[in-house]
Ligand binder design. Structure first.
Ligand code: ATP
Length: 322
């Protein structure tokens, strides 16, 4: 193998740059030529690829987003688009690809392999931490730290005014951002899609909460079955008209910002391992970290999975949120 490429795809997540840097610098150390493909599969189709050197990835380890840009590509869903992408890779002699993205990106790579034998290795890039085959996805640690910092600020104003704040965090299908940021910020209630009927549990907790409690924070995953923060706010107001209730939706601030140190380390480990895997002859596998060790999972198994809510963690929340 003489030439490889790297791209980022799907939603951006903090730590993607650290992963790109690791891929490029590891490849160069093995005397490989390395292209950066811009705008995900869309750039692969367009031939939007630039050869990278060590300085192309200087000063990016601490930056959120992705210097390679990202996109969702409708054209890659068509056979004509994929044929064009294959031609563009072949034109540059690309013999291996590192894809940094979510399960959609890996599904795309599997479909692509029907017409293109070039090996792909994936690195999990998504803030939701909802992929099978890894304990961490690139972006999760930063997203929960950003959410906790925001909730800490909200706690200050909630405490000053004796208010109840309902804070919505990202997570359409997965509640891990809500669960971790809720525990980390000492929330009185956490609502996640994996745990049905948790709204009633939280309403009961509010009814029985310690007298004299000045502020209350309820963290809600956007995909919770109760319908998001505004609906939860309405339910709280309906049940407790005496409470002063406010709603905050954190939104995209959770995707941006400097990656945490843990993120940079994990993303670097995964990018480094991805290049090694290509050189080992591996293909269509995702790099993950399981029990703090690098692990590989076939793309077909590295799918979004709905976690069973961790009952021990939820029990702990009910004990600590008093
Ligand atoms: P995120 O978790 O942030 O959503 P993702 O990688 O899952 O990231 P998607 O938009 O689902 O994001 O997938 C990225 C791209 O992969 C799509 O825009 C599309 O170009 C390609 N892709 C996904 N599924 C397929 C498929 N079945 N066939 C061909 N290409 C696909």
């Amino acid at each position: 193998m003489k030439t490889i490429a790297v791209f980022t795809s799907g939603g951006d997540s903090p730590g993607m740059n650290a992963c790109v840097r690791a891929v490029v610098r590891t490849a160069l150390s093995k005397e490989l030529k390395v292209f950066g493909i811009r705008y995900g599969y869309e750039g692969m189709i367009e031939g939007d690829m630039v050869e990278m050197d060590a300085s192309s990835v200087a000063n990016i380890i601490h930056r959120g987003g992705t210097i390679l840009k990202t996109a969702r590509s409708k054209r890659f869903m068509t056979i004509e688009g994929r044929q064009q992408a294959k031609a563009e890779l072949e034109k540059r002699g690309i013999e291996g690809v590192v894809a940094i993205g979510g399960d959609g990106t890996f599904r795309g790579a599997v479909v692509f392999s029907e017409i293109c034998p070039i090996p792909f290795i994936g690195c999990p890039g998504t803030i939701d931490n909802d992929l099978a085959g890894t304990d961490y996805t690139i972006g999760f640690d930063t997203a929960i730290n950003t959410a906790v910092e925001a909730v800490d600020r909200i706690r200050d104003t909630a405490e000053s005014h004796n208010r109840v704040f309902i804070v919505e965090v990202m997570g359409r299908d997965a509640g891990l951002i809500a669960l971790y940021s809720g525990i980390g910020s000492g929330a009185e209630g956490i609502l996640i899609p994996e745990s049905p009927n948790d709204l009633q549990v939280v309403l009961n907790r509010l009814a029985n909460s310690r007298s004299g409690k000045q502020s209350k924070i309820i963290v809600v995953a956007e995909g919770d079955e109760a319908g998001g923060a505004f609906k939860v706010g309405d339910a709280v107001k309906a049940n407790f008209p005496e409470l002063d209730v406010r709603v905050t939706v954190l939104g995209h601030i959770q995707r941006g910002g400097a990656p945490t140190c843990m993120e940079r380390v994990n993303a670097s480990r995964m990018g480094y391992a991805a290049v090694d895997a290509l050189l080992n002859g591996q293909s269509h596998e995702m790099v993950g970290i399981i029990n703090n060790k690098i692990a590989f999972t076939p793309f077909k198994d590295a799918v979004k999975h709905i976690l069973e809510p961790d009952k021990a963690l939820l029990r702990m929340v009910s004990v600590l949120a008093r």
